[in-house]
Design a protein around this ligand. Structure first.
Ligand SMILES: N[C@@H](CCC(=O)N[C@@H](CS)C(=O)NCC(=O)O)C(=O)O
Length: 183
């Protein structure tokens, strides 16, 4: 059974979390921003409840979800009383709160910066430029051809920048021999 297609699933993905608070992830199966967070939760062996927000049905605009994120975007992570939206912020929150299986290399500032920079390129300079609502806006205003051109231009620009950034560091994984924030 695919967890992504089901509301309110309790997903046990590893060892118990170090906190007694319950982690809840609001996500959508096609959301790459949410995949990042799910990878991090998995690496850290954290148990969480998965709540599907069906972006195709506009569930991100429900009053309940708006309370969590007025921008109407997934992912949102709820950890007890703490609510964090935006995948980059969630990754940094998880790293601080649950330090097991680090997402950033501890001893090497350059490697840390490399991971943060690559993660930021993806989450700020690439993905938001082809999010659902923006693409709909472009298509409505300028038509489907412009939408495709827009997506291709920005994805290509981002990957060229990433390639240049990582070329001297990439090994088994994007930034070296280990899995960190950027795989
Ligand atoms: N910078 C945000 C971007 C969030 C975002 O774009 N989320 C998309 C899914 S990957 C979304 O909810 N889109 C809904 C929409 O565009 O209406 C992050 O990394 O979390």
């Amino acid at each position: 059974m695919d967890a992504d297609t089901n509301n309110d699933d309790q997903i046990d993905i590893g060892i118990n979390s170090s906190s007694s608070s319950k982690l809840v992830l609001y996500s959508y199966w096609q959301s790459s921003c949410s995949w990042r967070v799910r990878f991090a939760l998995k690496l850290k062996g954290l148990i969480y409840e998965y709540k599907a927000v069906d972006l195709s049905k506009g569930e991100q605009f429900s009053p309940e979800f708006e309370e969590l994120n007025p921008l109407h975007f997934v992912p949102v992570l709820v950890d007890g009383d703490v609510v964090v939206s935006d995948s980059y912020a969630i990754l940094l929150y998880l790293e601080e709160k649950y330090p097991q299986r680090a997402l950033l290399p501890a001893a090497d500032p350059q490697q840390r910066a490399l991971n943060l920079q690559a993660a930021s390129i993806i989450s700020s300079s690439m993905q938001p430029l082809h999010m659902l609502s923006l693409l709909k806006y472009i298509e409505d205003k300028f038509g489907p051809d412009e939408r495709l051109l827009w997506v291709q231009t920005h994805i290509e620009k981002g990957f060229l920048a990433l390639e240049k950034l990582l070329i001297d560091f990439a090994a088994k994984y994007a930034t070296g021999e280990d899995v960190y924030m950027v795989i």
